[in-house]
Design a protein around this ligand. Structure first.
Ligand code: PMP
Length: 431
């Protein structure tokens, strides 16, 4: 397998695009660098790169591509939308249809608003929470990612109940002062933060099932406690379901976990592969948003007919009988197969899996929070990633990401992947 064309394109890209990429993780920083593979075409579970190599894809574009690439029903919907004119700047019937579908699928959404990315969706929920409560501070959880707006690019301070520091140049320290970051799955530090800052907290932001330091489920009772303490403090609970909405079930993580937030941010899957974000929640909270209320949010591209059409078509595919059960079945085969081969070759791994999403951590310790994910072996992961790529398996280039199955993956894909895992572990064991 060679990557000559990819190498050429990456060299050219670096002359014109900052860092050669339009989103940093694509530069393979998470696996020690290298030339990112330039994909040329994608169909179903397969990728075809510019050098003529074929891959089974588990990146799923970092989550959105749950029906596989170029699903005919979604492609047809996008084609029709393009033929009807891609952007109007007026309301359309598609927005009503899609909003109703989301509300039917996720009961905590009384009202929704469409935006263009997960970043925008989360950013706006924070503004609305601030408008509703008249308070400024937010609490979030270490290792959860909520997009690249100022307020959520803040790292933890020195202790559980201390204010944050900027996690990116260009984020003012004054903004970081409004953010408290505490560990996921540990209620004590959260309690301390609430005790210290309770009457200043506008909202508590959390991925109810984490997707950003691998797939990590909340411990039983953890989110219930977070809800109770947050509400007792007069603050709002905001679930970032940008990854989780429609990932594990037709609906959201909140339904799987039988718990309700006050507001929810969404993105990724609900766009069927086109740019989208959405947020929603209780009517009295959402009525803070312009034109009804004083919290401003707008968007030239928001609710555009192409994204609405792709989103509706994607959810229609996901309504088909048995699609989530099948992703779960294939996920389970993959998990068992990888664990068996790791054991056979003496490679220490842990797998966190929920239905069709899983993370392989190189560690012998369970991963339930960010610190434990950080402590897994990044060098071993990088080696695994590169060997798997050479075997035609495209994974996310970071030890913190998930493998995503789609409705297009088959038993044959799993067999082929496990053969690649077998070869890769054998090579790693002999390193
Ligand atoms: N929230 C979560 C949980 C995410 O995983 C992401 C993106 N990975 C975002 C928000 C930001 O979404 P976007 O990249 O669409 O802005």
């Amino acid at each position: 397998m060679h990557f000559n064309q990819s190498e050429h394109l990456y060299k050219e890209a670096k002359e014109h695009i900052v860092g050669g990429v339009n989103s940093p993780s694509r530069a393979y920083k998470g696996v020690g660098g290298g030339t990112p593979v330039y994909m040329d075409r994608a169909e179903g579970s397969r990728f075809y790169d510019v050098d003529g190599n074929e891959y089974i894809d588990y990146l799923g574009a970092y989550g959105p591509i749950i029906t596989g690439h170029a699903h005919p029903h979604i492609t047809e919907a996008i084609t029709k939308a393009a033929q009807n004119g891609v952007l109007y700047g007026t309301p359309t019937v598609l927005e009503n249809r899609f909003a109703k579908m989301l509300k039917e699928a996720i009961p905590s959404l009384d009202k929704v608003r469409f935006v263009n990315s997960g970043t925008e969706a989360v950013m706006t929920t924070i503004r609305v929470a601030r408008a509703y409560t008249g308070r400024n501070k937010i609490i979030k959880f270490a290792g959860c990612y909520h997009g690249h707006s100022d307020l959520v690019l803040v790292a933890a301070g020195s202790g559980p109940a201390t204010l944050g520091t900027p996690d990116s140049a260009g984020v003012p320290a004054s903004i970081a002062q409004d953010v408290i970051t505490v560990p996921f799955n540990d209620i004590e530090p959260f309690k301390q933060a609430i005790e210290k800052f309770g009457d200043e907290i506008a909202g508590v932001l959390v991925e109810p099932i984490v997707g950003n330091f691998g797939i990590v489920e909340p411990k039983p009772g953890f989110l219930q406690e977070v809800n109770k303490l947050t509400h007792d403090a007069g603050a709002l609970v905001i679930y970032d379901e940008v990854i989780t909405a429609f990932r594990f079930t037709y609906g959201s993580a909140q339904q799987l976990l039988d718990i309700e937030p006050d507001m929810t941010a969404m993105g990724k899957i609900i766009g069927g592969g086109l740019p989208i974000g959405a947020y929603g929640g209780r009517a009295d909270i959402m009525e803070q948003v312009a034109p009804l209320g004083p919290a401003y949010q707008a968007g030239t591209m928001a609710g555009n007919p192409a994204s609405m059409s792709a989103g509706i078509a994607c959810l229609e595919v996901l309504q088909e009988q048995g699609v989530y059960e099948e992703m779960d079945r294939l996920g389970s085969r993959l998990e068992k197969g990888i664990l068996e081969r790791a054991e056979e070759h003496g490679i220490q791994i842990q797998i966190n899996r929920l239905k069709g999403a899983l993370t392989v951590y190189f560690t012998d310790e369970k991963v339930e929070n960010y610190e434990q994910a950080e402590n897994t072996d990044g060098e071993q992961f990088a080696r695994f990633f590169k060997l798997m790529l050479a075997e035609g398996i495209n994974l996310a280039p970071s030890k913190y990401e998930a493998w995503f199955l789609t409705t297009a993956h088959t038993d044959e894909d799993i067999d082929q992947t496990l053969t690649a895992v077998e070869k890769t572990f054998r090579t790693m064991a002999n390193d």
